[in-house]
Design a protein. Structure first.
Length: 364
């Protein structure tokens, strides 16, 4: 009955959008979400099915433990989220399109009913994302399509676990569960960096506490090494971002050819410096091949997920590590207008005395 009520809500939504521009986009979004709802099976039933292979059983049992931990130890609103499972027929559940002008790191904003504006546009099928991207000429925009392992409906529906989760390594799957549940705590219309940085902060601290509680010191040690490498990488991206922003301030005074040449030089320097980091580490870094595609869209995407992480980590520290207190402080920030909220986040960031742990998420 509950599944039918959720699908009824989706039907009402699509009919309410028939007069809007971009009706094809909303049709694919609603159809994709409806398909997930129809196809989901309670995890208990999947576990009871003799045809379920051992690897999937292990992942589902791990997800059950992670959900319990999220509610009991991280104060996250679990409810019915991730209590069902869907086997996808594609590698990613969604494909996110990010668009940025050639000489700006400010990504294109898309606005939607109910959830407001976001700095990316999600599609359930790659072909639809590519068709949308074709409307933004490559000589005017930097464009990127990234496969997303998960997304949140912000509590409107009981989001299912799916193979986009279970195909990940154990620690990444657990971290992603924490990240997506965090989106149910607070959401600010039009501030993607706030929303994603908050969820990343919960993800990082949640994973740290999970690994310690599970008695996995070796995995925790490896995770700390990865976090340090992510810090080094994001510092490099931030440095490039600041240099690009200074360059783009001269768009009214410098010829376009000069702007493009200097932009490319900065991006090449990013690739060179990142390659030096990988040489020092002795293995590929967290960006993988993404750095070879680096442009305004990709740098903007990375900043969305990490830009305010230091501020939120300081706020969690101010809350003595108590997630309930932390969430109340975050909700208070969310109630502020954009400018005073930004001022408070900048103040928190300036007070952070320990280096921030960051999450690279090119697939989100």
């Amino acid at each position: 009955m509950y599944q039918l009520s959720q699908i009824y809500l989706l039907s009402l939504l699509i009919f309410s959008l028939t007069g809007c521009s971009g009706i094809h986009y909303y049709q694919q979004a609603v159809t994709g979400q409806m398909t997930l709802l129809w196809d989901r099976t309670p995890i208990e039933d999947v576990l009871d099915d003799p045809a379920t292979d051992e690897a999937l059983q292990q992942k589902l049992n791990l997800a059950i433990k992670a959900r319990q931990f999220a509610g009991d130890n991280l104060a996250l609103p679990v409810d019915g989220t991730f209590s069902s499972y869907v086997e996808l027929n594609r590698p990613y559940v969604v494909y996110n399109l990010v668009i940025a002008p050639r000489f700006s790191l400010a990504p294109q904003q898309w606005c939607y009913p109910v959830i407001g504006c976001q700095a990316y546009r999600g599609f359930f099928h790659l072909e639809d994302a590519q068709e949308e991207m074709s409307g933004y000429p490559s000589d005017e925009y930097d464009r990127f399509i990234g496969g997303g392992s998960a997304y949140s409906t912000l509590g409107w529906f009981d989001d299912p676990l799916h193979s986009g989760f279970t195909n990940l390594p154990d620690d990444r799957m657990v971290a992603l569960i924490f990240h997506e549940l965090a989106h149910k705590v607070v959401y600010v219309d039009g501030d993607t960096t706030f929303n994603e940085s908050f969820a990343t902060t919960v993800e990082l601290e949640g994973l740290k506490r999970w690994l310690i509680a599970e008695g996995q010191p070796e995995t925790y040690s490896h995770a700390k090494v990865r976090w340090q490498r992510r810090r080094d990488t994001i510092q490099l991206v931030e440095q490039t971002s600041e240099q690009l922003n200074r360059l783009y301030q001269a768009t009214d005074t410098l010829p376009e050819q000069t702007l493009m040449a200097r932009k490319q030089a900065l991006l090449e320097a990013l690739k060179t410096d990142y390659a030096a980091l990988e040489t020092r580490w002795g293995e590929p870094g967290p960006l993988g091949g993404l750095v070879d595609q680096a442009d305004n869209a990709i740098i903007g995407l990375l900043k969305q997920y990490n830009g305010d992480v230091p501020a939120f980590q300081q706020l969690l520290k101010d809350s003595n590590g108590d997630f309930l207190v932390f969430f109340e402080k975050v909700r208070a920030l969310a109630e502020l207008d954009a400018e005073p909220r930004r001022q408070q986040l900048d103040n928190l960031r300036s007070r952070q005395t320990e280096p921030a742990e960051v999450m690279i998420r090119p697939d989100a």
